[in-house]
Design a protein around this ligand. Structure first.
Ligand code: GLY
Ligand code: MN
Ligand code: MN
Length: 437
């Protein structure tokens, strides 16, 4: 018999908070589908983050129904116990295991979902449902909704709203317990990066270094990688979400590694860039130092009350100065910014919310304006510069250089805590450890 990995009180508290905000509503949260990888082999399963956030439940083929203020309030639909399937695929709790271990008011078989939902949805004046978590379940949900409308002679008009309106807002502000887990995820991620730095030598394959990151993270208690790890040598670093990870590193290359360990469902998201031979060239140094300066200045700016988009504006300003300095662009700085010309070399944002998802839930805008940073929010700081290898307009020595430096922070009362500060990023620190393992 497996036992839940997590104490249930945290999930119960979250449900109570959501219930306080959404009396009279119904939340219907399906799990992600189990995805085929090839023939009869599946991808490793991971629960949908909202479903996990409210229940601690990890099994596939499940739906969580939450009805604040009604009885039963929390209902989980799950797969049946099946000794043959469990022999092949592993333990299942079944409905009885759910009520005994997961603090739910009620648990049913997933096969009974359609029939039970007819009763559960009655009287709900708001339906919170997020499309595309499981596209085949969307069809089923819409059919049930239509049946409900028809049986009420067209008088059932409860709006369908995105649960992230409320759950995303909750997830955006990290509790003390969440901060503790995130610090751990960041610590594991940082230590695994350092282990990879120490092992890096020219000629090693990107895949070898990727494997080492996974090993070092798993050894320290990570459950998974938080996202598709990027190990990009030389000009591969200019592909923002490069995931082939199969090329040999070469003496003289810079190596960009964007990798995060997931601990108890929360992920780190660190990027470091360094020379595989342990010594920056003068040209690499120039670009690296500019990106590092931007990274450090943004970290200093973060504090409650600051509009999130100001961080991006300041990053763009600093990086455009660098682009002018390096003769990547020429002309009027203001016009370059207005026309978005800088996007050729810096096409992404300086950061994103971080938590259960690497690109975490929560809106960036409030009433169409950039929202203000608040204590407890967590996000990444990741300026970068990428000069395509075939960019004939760039000075030849800069072509193929891609650099990103990414840290993870949580906002404090009057600034921020850099949870990835222990991952080296100064040139002298990097040169002292690369290949010294
Ligand atoms: N690792 C993906 C990102 O930095 O957004
Ligand atoms: Mn990121
Ligand atoms: Mn990243």
């Amino acid at each position: 018999m497996r036992r839940p990995q997590f104490g249930m009180q945290m999930f119960k508290d979250r449900r109570s908070e959501l219930a306080r905000q959404a009396q009279g509503s119904i939340f219907i949260l399906p799990s992600h589908p189990d995805m085929l990888r090839n023939n009869d082999v599946h991808h490793t399963y991971r629960q949908d983050s909202n479903l996990f956030y409210l229940t601690g439940w990890e099994e596939q083929e499940s739906v969580f129904v939450f009805r604040p203020g009604q009885k039963p309030e929390s209902v989980l639909f799950v797969r049946k116990k099946d000794l043959v399937r469990e022999t092949w695929d592993g333990f299942r709790y079944g409905p009885d295991g759910v009520t005994a271990n997961f603090g739910m008011d009620q648990a049913y078989l997933i096969d009974d979902f359609d029939q039970k939902l007819v009763e559960l949805i009655k009287g709900a004046d708001n339906i919170f449902y997020r499309f595309n978590i499981d596209p085949s379940f969307d069809t089923r949900f819409l059919k049930l909704l239509e049946e409900r409308r028809l049986s009420a002679r067209g008088q059932y008009n409860a709006p369908v709203r995105d649960p992230n309106e409320l759950i995303g807002e909750m997830r955006l502000r990290k509790s003390e317990a969440e901060k503790k887990i995130m610090r751990k995820a960041c610590e594991i991620s940082a230590e695994a990066h350092v282990a990879v730095m120490k092992a890096t030598r020219p000629g090693m394959n990107e895949r070898e270094l990727h494997g080492l990151f996974i090993y070092e993270a798993f050894k320290r208690g990570a459950g998974r990688e938080g996202y598709g790890t990027i190990v990009a040598t030389g000009a591969n670093a200019c592909t923002l979400h490069y995931t082939f990870n199969d090329q040999n590193t070469k003496d003289g290359d810079l190596l960009l590694i964007d990798a995060g360990a997931e601990k108890d469902f929360y992920t780190g998201d660190i990027t470091r860039t360094y020379p595989v031979n342990g010594k920056f060239t003068d040209t690499q140094k120039r670009v690296y130092e500019a990106v590092l300066t931007a990274n450090k200045e943004i970290l200093k700016m973060i504090k409650p009350g600051f509009a999130f988009n100001k961080l991006q504006e300041r990053t763009v300003e600093m990086l455009v100065d660098t682009m002018l300095d390096l003769k990547l662009l020429s002309g009027d700085k203001k016009k370059i910014i207005e026309n978005l010309d800088y996007k050729k070399y810096y096409p992404h944002g300086v950061g994103h919310w971080l938590g259960l998802d690497v690109h975490d839930a929560g809106s960036y805008l409030l009433k169409n304006e950039s929202r203000q940073i608040e204590e407890g929010m967590s996000f990444t700081v990741e300026p970068g510069l990428y000069i395509p290898i075939d960019d004939k307009s760039a000075p030849a020595e800069l072509r193929g250089i891609g650099i990103r430096i990414e840290d993870n922070i949580v906002v404090t009362k009057d600034g921020c805590e850099n949870m990835t500060a222990k991952c080296p990023k100064e040139i002298s620190e990097l040169e002292a450890i690369i290949g010294r393992g």
